[in-house]
Ligand binder design. Structure first.
Ligand code: NAP
Length: 306
């Protein structure tokens, strides 16, 4: 495989795969670099109900496969590697260092997405893989027919907990306030489902157990009462952070590490673009990530042709 491309895309989630499709169709030699597998967050999402064109929804894995196969059909290449750093960003040939070697490109498209935040409480790491999880689609089946908790009150918590209601006996939402942050339609769906239980105004202080997780130690923030809430599993959805460590102090970012891009996804460095959840001001929606990726590839085509 060549190590030099017109365009190297860092990340092959929805944004990266969309950029790859448009970049190759513009006859630019294109490499996508991804550490796990094509699809990014699609791979940890069960049903997607709000991506236009699928009246009955679509499985995340199915959409990921289709997006990847489509980009590959037009010639996009894939390298499975960890991104270690980027250098020479102002040069004609920008350098990407990875676990599988170095790659150069005339243009870089950053589509590294983001990852779910941890709570940062005792026991969270200790019971990782033994009850504490950040992926209901991956781990929910281990807890079939059991009582589980989901921590958080945003769209992720509601989407993932809904998936769990199809598998588990009950799903208790532990949320630090009395109001959910999630979109109204997701709230309504949850409130009408009898499998849900609610611990409002509660925070998790610790995960406890012996060999495996046995309870979430919770605090009622209104009364300060602390007690153990038995659970077979805890799925944590308390926000999201961009995967942009490799670009710190190289590109302009907001205070949370999202990279600034203009309407064409151009960053502050010529021929370096950002798209999807790594971009500041992103709405963090699948459809928006696809649009970002397409826009970035079109901007790269325009700039490389100038
Ligand atoms: P989010 O919207 O930031 O929600 C995080 C939730 O976790 C909030 O309810 C927050 O409570 C709570 N939280 C944060 N830190 C906490 C802590 N230390 N302890 C306890 N609770 C804590 O994150 P998200 O749900 O992952 O969503 C991220 C983005 O992706 C959003 O823009 C969302 O719209 C989008 N998304 C969309 C869909 C969809 O369209 N179906 C699905 C998933 C995600 P507070 O409410 O009190 O702040």
């Amino acid at each position: 495989m060549s190590n030099d491309y017109d365009v190297v895309i860092l990340g092959a989630g929805a944004a990266g795969l969309s950029a790859g499709l448009y970049s190759t169709r513009a006859m630019l030699s294109t490499l996508m670099i991804e550490s796990i597998g094509p699809g990014g967050q699609l791979l940890i999402t069960d049903d997607i109900e709000n991506y236009p064109g699928f009246r009955e929804g679509v499985k995340g894995q199915t959409l990921a496969d289709e997006m990847y196969n489509q980009a590959e059909r037009f010639g996009a290449k894939m390298e499975y590697a960890e991104i270690e750093g980027v250098e020479n960003l102002y040069d004609d040939r920008k350098l990407v260092r990875t676990s599988e070697g170095d790659f150069t490109a005339r243009a870089l498209i950053i589509a590294t997405g983001g990852s779910h935040n941890k709570l940062g409480v005792p026991g969270e790491d200790e019971f990782g893989g033994r009850g504490v999880s950040y992926c209901a689609v991956c781990d929910g089946n281990f807890f079939r027919g059991q009582d589980v908790v989901v921590v958080g009150g945003g769209d992720s918590a509601m989407d993932e907990s809904f998936y769990l209601t199809g598998i588990c006996n009950s799903v208790t939402i532990i949320h630090r306030r009395d109001d959910l942050r999630a979109t109204k339609v997701l709230q309504d769906r949850a409130f009408s489902n009898p499998k849900y239980k609610w611990l409002w105004s509660h925070v998790v202080e610790e995960f406890v157990g012996n060999d495996v997780l046995e309870a979430a130690r919770v605090k009622n923030v209104k009364t300060d009462e602390v007690y153990d809430y038995p659970t077979a599993a805890a799925f944590v959805y308390v926000g999201f952070h961009p995967n942009t460590e490799a670009f710190q102090e190289k590109l302009e970012m907001d205070e949370l590490g999202h990279i600034h891009g203009d309407l064409h996804m151009r960053t502050n460095i010529p021929k370096v673009y950002v798209c999807g959840d790594a971009r500041a001001e992103s709405t963090r929606q699948l459809g928006a990530a696809v649009g970002d990726g397409i826009t970035a590839a079109l901007a790269a085509f325009h700039d490389l042709s100038a």
